[in-house]
Design a protein around this ligand. Structure first.
Ligand SMILES: NC(=O)c1ccc[n+]([C@@H]2O[C@H](COP(=O)([O-])OP(=O)(O)OC[C@H]3O[C@@H](n4cnc5c(N)ncnc54)[C@H](O)[C@@H]3O)[C@@H](O)[C@H]2O)c1
Length: 308
């Protein structure tokens, strides 16, 4: 107690402190008024400072939002992977510019790169990771967010499209996780998050999307399986399962059916679709040291959709 006081108002004699409490509190408060104490902003283990992050499917949508959440949490070294290289590079430039608005950071403080990568091709994923390792020398947090959805009834779904969906959603997540772990294990570990979906647990209605639902069930179980395989090597693997979020993916579906949004919202206890930033806290938690004892788990963020 005394040492705290002595720092706040060193000019007050010690005897005054011990015998005259009233004077103590008055003088102490006036010191606080002129120089407020700064409370800690967040639990330090949530910080992404010093971590090298990589997100697939990050030129837009949820992947892009995950990148923003990392930068807002202190990450300055980041790789944005997406199908088209120019879109990935544009997203990198835009992210750095927006991070410097109302901030004392300048573009030189960031190393954010855009890399073209088709996650459905193992070779493309390997080349992208090579580029990232050449650039940063290490990799701490990887998010596999690239994914597609299509709505066909089972009888109408063309097989080549079903294969394409599994190649991106399932094999793409696997190639991403495997390349991440290959690079993380020699450096002592890291965190991998596979973006699954509530569709891996429940069946969405009324739109038919059986292959998508099955692909996301595979991703959830893939996260748990890889978590066990790599647990002793320091690599954690968790799944993040969003409900209905407003991104290009869902807007494309809603463009063909305006009533669908009302149906989805009526089936969601909170009564509305989620915004991409509603996932920011969860992605930082899973990717940071705040979740260091957590692996093979799933976080579901769906406004309560799965409860009813
Ligand atoms: N939006 C939702 O409501 C919702 C809900 C649950 C789960 N998800 C999942 O979240 C993830 C992201 O969805 P979103 O809503 O941001 O979609 P989105 O369509 O807005 O963005 C997806 C991104 O992935 C990229 N991509 C597509 N194919 C790729 C490939 N082969 N290689 C690399 N990148 C590729 C696209 O170019 C795009 O930038 C997906 O896995 C999706 O299944 C979304």
């Amino acid at each position: 107690m005394f040492s705290l006081f002595a720092r706040a108002a060193p000019h007050v004699p010690r005897s005054t402190v011990l015998t005259r409490n009233v004077q103590f509190s008055v003088r102490f408060q006036s010191t606080v008024t002129t120089k407020p104490k700064r409370a800690p902003r967040v639990l330090p283990s949530f910080s992404m400072e010093g971590k090298v992050c990589l997100v697939t499917g990050a030129a837009r949508g949820l992947g892009n939002e995950f990148c923003r959440a990392f930068v807002q949490s202190g990450c300055t070294d980041l790789a944005i992977l997406d199908l088209k290289e120019d879109e990935a590079k544009d997203a990198a430039t835009e992210l750095v510019a927006s991070a410097c608005v109302n901030s004392d950071m300048t573009p030189e403080d960031f190393n954010v790169i855009g890399v073209g990568c088709d996650v459905s091709s193992e070779l493309s994923v390997q080349r992208a990771f090579e580029q990232v390792m050449d650039n940063f020398g290490r990799l701490d947090s990887v998010v596999a967010s690239a994914g597609i959805v299509e709505n066909y009834s089972a009888f109408d779904y063309p097989f080549d499209r079903i294969k394409r969906l599994y190649d991106i959603n399932v094999h793409g997540a696997f190639f991403t996780a495997r390349e991440a772990a290959r690079n993380m294990i020699p450096q002592g570990g890291g965190s991998i998050v596979l973006v699954a979906s509530i569709s891996g647990t429940i069946i969405n209605i009324p739109q038919p999307q059986t292959p998508y639902n099955a692909s996301k069930a595979a991703v959830r179980h893939m996260a748990a399986s890889l978590a066990v395989e790599w647990a002793k090597k320091g690599v954690r693997v968790n799944a993040l399962s969003p409900g209905y979020m407003l991104t290009k993916l869902t807007k494309t579906i809603l463009a063909h059916d305006q009533d669908l949004k009302k149906t989805w919202e009526s089936l969601t206890p909170v009564g509305k679709m989620g915004e991409p930033e509603d996932l920011a806290g969860a992605i930082v938690f899973l990717s940071s040291d705040a979740s260091k004892y957590m692996t093979g788990s799933e976080i579901r963020i769906d406004g309560g959709y799965c409860l009813i």
